[in-house]
Design a protein around this ligand. Structure first.
Ligand SMILES: [Zn+2]
Length: 137
């Protein structure tokens, strides 16, 4: 079971149409271009971290704000129907994330969490800047 699939889908539908521009892909190609060697999806580690940088003993988790409950984030809404069900589901996700993070740290890994909205806002501001510059010319 890949718990990232639904959030990738929601990302795609809400913001970007192409499959290759998911937040995770953006981070991966950024690292790749900057000469970082990494291993994708470490199945042998708790929570199967998205990106593993063995040389730095560092893991990067790209988290969807909705499913992983980015605190204070506008994308971290709760459905108005079946609210209790969703609250429980979200709480399970959050506690699993925390538990995985603790286990990974115990194993000596540094964990970096990047939220989807952080990547989205960077990309969106870049797009709007390109458009602004383009209009001026
Ligand atoms: Zn967020």
């Amino acid at each position: 079971m890949d718990h990232l699939t639904p959030e990738k889908r929601s990302w795609n539908m809400s913001r970007i149409k192409s499959k290759d521009t998911t937040p995770e892909c953006i981070v991966r190609s950024f690292l790749h271009r900057n000469g970082f060697w990494f291993r994708p999806h470490a199945k042998d580690l708790p929570g199967k971290p998205d990106i593993v940088l063995p040389k730095y003993k560092t893991l990067i988790e790209v988290r969807g704000c909705y499913w992983h409950r980015h605190e204070g984030c506008k994308d971290s809404t709760t459905p108005s129907t079946n609210t209790e069900f969703w609250k429980k589901k979200f709480a399970t996700n959050v506690s699993r994330d925390k538990q995985n993070e603790q286990e990974l740290k115990k194993l000596g890994w540094n964990v970096i969490v990047i939220w989807e909205c952080e990547i989205a806002s960077a990309i969106n501001s870049l797009i709007s800047r390109i458009k602004t510059v383009g209009i001026k010319k």
